[in-house]
Design a protein around this ligand. Structure first.
Ligand code: SF4
Ligand code: SF4
Length: 455
């Protein structure tokens, strides 16, 4: 994927377009819901996780495994394929920095002369404009912090809670904390966050291989600028055919203040601003850019980037499987949960009626988004339900424990050698939607030896 004079400035424009799309998507996801079911929400208050408009109870941990696989393998996959493409193209840190430095400080308030020289110092004085820049960013940070919180407190609750912050101090603390961090991070920490704080920057290089797409200076054409130990030889290479003119446009524009001609560096966030800068210079000389988004192998062998390789195909397959499991779990999710525990009390015998009773604790959980009334039945027609006599009402997300007594006055088995565990199946269901909301659980009805009944 080598840049040509025809794609002048293309990376910057594409990045800005993606920034707008990413920001829009992140902003609207919390508002996307069907009834009370959100596209994505982790509510600690309601102990629920919403995914693809399905509500999962916190106890439904089976969803966690494919989710974690999706997250981690997704990071490996994207990094092996496109290097730090996330950092330069979709990370909120980068989007915020471009918004603050390039748009607010430079284009809007003219505190810097140009976006093309990130080494330039901010204009001296101009205190009012500097104050306006900070004020705008504080407001935007407040919006970003609120947007972040909507993934944990849905907007319909958030806007009610913020009107009563006295009773929602935790929410207020988070909003103020995140806002303060964003102000410090974007105004003072700047790209140092990417270099020194972000853990992804530290681990990404182990996920690279020689086919990973990166921002690369072509020293075969441009000429060698640094020696093997990283010492600067000369900013303008001396070779007769070396094409780099030493203008340093690629160096000045770099937001992390590195020289890409030194080779791959930890600080590079793959923003490709240097590639566009070089493209602009080399366009004037009717030559191809010396800095492009390509792989070391593609440069070495003068070939196209090899995207489909064993590693990336493997990651891709695992990702598709994890995504299918997630979707399957979402669409086949049970809308109620029943757990059955036996009590410490053994069976009770009524010698007069020759009846036997067993005691259980049933845990009913309504994992649906609506309120329901539940009851259950026992598979063995000779065993009846003595308790509870009434149906069980549960609000959406609510759970309850019920003492259950199963009873029989029939002779179920004539065994004299000991207690007989009679297998039974409990089918629990929502009275109002028996067809769709039901679950079955195996249990045992211990039945005493026949001599005990006859005593
Ligand atoms: S070297 Fe600098 S400008 Fe070039 S991609 Fe890396 S961070 Fe961006
Ligand atoms: S912008 Fe291109 S020509 Fe100018 S110094 Fe960088 S690599 Fe060399």
């Amino acid at each position: 994927m080598s840049s040509t004079p025809q794609n002048k400035g293309s990376y910057t424009k594409k990045r800005y377009l993606l920034f707008v799309i990413v920001t829009f998507v992140i902003f609207i996801i919390p508002f996307m819901k069907i009834d009370e079911r959100h596209l994505l929400l982790l509510s600690f208050e309601k102990k629920q996780f919403h995914l693809f408009f399905t509500i999962f109870d916190m106890q439904e941990l089976s969803i966690i495994t494919p989710l974690l696989i999706l997250l981690f393998v997704g990071v490996f996959f994207i990094t092996a394929l496109g290097g730090r493409v996330w950092c330069g193209w979709a990370c909120p840190q980068t989007i915020f920095r471009v918004l603050f430095r390039d748009f607010i400080q430079t284009k809007l308030l003219k505190l810097y002369k140009t976006v093309k020289n990130k080494r330039e110092h901010i204009q001296k004085g101009a205190y009012f404009r500097k104050f306006v820049a900070v004020a705008i960013w504080v407001c935007l940070s407040l919006v970003a912090a609120s947007n972040f919180m909507w993934y944990f407190v849905p907007p319909e609750d958030f806007f009610v809670y913020v009107q009563d912050l006295e009773n929602h101090k935790v929410l207020m603390t988070f909003i103020i904390g995140i806002t303060t961090f964003l102000v410090y991070d974007i105004i003072f920490l700047k790209e140092n966050f990417c270099t020194y704080v972000c853990p992804y920057a530290r681990i990404q290089s182990v996920m690279f291989d020689e086919d990973t797409v990166q921002t690369i200076y072509n020293d075969k054409r441009g000429g060698v600028i640094y020696d093997k130990d990283g010492n600067l030889i000369s900013s303008k290479p001396k070779g007769e055919n070396d094409e780099c003119i030493g203008c340093e446009a690629c160096v000045k524009i770099c937001p992390t203040h590195i020289d890409i001609r030194k080779g791959m560096q930890l600080e590079c966030i793959n923003c490709l601003e240097c590639a566009d800068a070089c493209t602009e210079i080399m366009d004037k000389l009717s030559k191809e850019t010396l800095v492009s988004w390509t792989s070391p192998n593609a440069i070495l062998n003068n070939t196209k980037v090899k995207f489909a390789r064993f590693r990336t195909i493997g990651y891709g397959v695992v990702l598709v499987i994890a995504l299918c499991i997630l979707l399957y779990r979402s669409f086949t999710k049970e809308h109620m949960v029943l757990n059955i525990h036996t009590t410490t009390q053994s069976y009770a015998i009524s010698k007069d009626t020759k009846s036997v009773e067993n005691f259980y604790v049933f845990l009913f959980r309504n994992t649906d988004s609506k309120d329901h009334t539940y009851y259950f039945e026992v598979s063995n027609p000779d065993i009846t339900i003595k308790k509870p006599e009434k149906h069980i009402f549960l609000k959406a997300g609510q759970q309850t424990k019920e003492i259950v007594i199963l009873h029989t006055d029939k002779i179920l088995v004539e065994n004299n050698s000991g207690t007989t565990p009679i297998p039974i199946t409990i089918k629990a269901y929502a009275i109002d939607n028996k067809e769709e909301i039901h679950t079955s659980k195996k249990a045992v009805f211990p039945y005493p030896r026949i001599s005990e009944l006859a005593k």
